[in-house]
Write a protein that binds this ligand. Sequence first.
Ligand code: HEM
Length: 415
Amino acid sequence: MPDASNPSPPRFLLFEYSELNPNFRDNPHALLDPQRADRPVEHDGMLPAMLITAYAAGRETLRDPDLSRNFNNAAPNNPVIANVRRLNAAVEAEFGRHDSIVILDGEDHTRVRNIIAEAFLKRAAAMQARVSEIVDARLDALSGRDSFDVVADYAAQIPMRVLGALMGCPDDSLDDLKRWTEAGQVAFDPTKSAEQEELALDGRRGILGHFQTLMAARRADPQDDLVSDLLAAQAAGAPIDDNEILHNLFAVLVAGHLTTSDLIANGVSLLLDHPDARDAILATPALIQPAVEEILRYEPPISFTARFPKADGQVSRCPYHAGDALVVSLIATNRDPGRFDAPHAFDINRRPNPHMAFGAGAHICVGAPLARLEGQIALLKLFERFPNLRRAGGTSSEWRAVPGVRGLVRLDVTV
Ligand code: HEM
């Protein structure tokens, strides 16, 4: 723990331990391991924020019902949150308040999440055959090629097609939805350019406009899809209004694309680096289930999540003020030696595997079953189709410089 008699200079923790720092991207654990050992909970030296790297403290924070997930409760001088607020405010006049479960708290969160989760999970549970078809079609499209980029040519091609099929977005809208969603990944980046901000804003408008049109079409003529299910639930008396449906459709789409694409590409990269694990999965395909859990633990696609206290308090005796962002580093909690034996070993037989890649508490990822299904099918089928898959010579992993994201820029392979 820090020595109070010998205070160290203030540190810009949220930069140092974010993907904006190239050293962090290259090897986050070289920085996170000593941080977690010495200062498992520490207040940022400059920002109204606290960095939590220990598993127990992180879990306790995410599960605390008194902490808010609504960034409108964050201190106004937090530049990261100011960004997201600005994006939301810019579209509010046209598309209403951002009432998604991502930021709702308490009773409103429970009310809306129950309705969204019930409809979404019913659809997700019936997606196995469709996901397999989508994956097979992507593999067919790659056949005959000597090499390809796993990220752009495979992983990123799957989730939007799955989401389109589940939600009811027409095939000819998927390229736009993918481009708009990807433009929005800079939402939490305080260093983004004016041009990137404009593209993110256009993307947000595009997606919301798309779902506004789709809701009107499905209300007039229901189909076999999530949008129709939510409108039917509302018509049958479920307490959810049009604005809440619209913004939750937005949230599901945006939360379900790059996250799952990164899970698949991170998984390919890890299995290329661990041929014994890949061979074990090919010999015993049921191993893909614990393997995906280990991939999620080892390289979690969302590297941090946050809560915002409405009153002063403390985590593990480290005090915070109302409005501070309590940032939980999932990439750090998932490698906490206090929770996981040999945390830096990639072990597909690790059981139990209580990783925090999907967060924890009331806001735990609602899309986790679909992400797992896509990850399992996409990884197993890829290695079955291309058993000799190798990294293309001379390439090394380059991670995207996007705060909160653990995802590869590209992953070139030969077949
Ligand atoms: C590997 C892929 C995925 C990862 C790593 C992931 C991770 C996360 C994390 C860390 C959270 C925040 C939890 C918290 O703060 O406690 C979250 C929330 C959420 N995720 Fe995912 N997610 C993934 C895939 C998906 C998919 C496929 C969907 C939907 C299609 C989805 C929809 C959501 C939604 C709507 C929330 C907000 C839930 C709430 O606040 O109540 N996610 N996810």
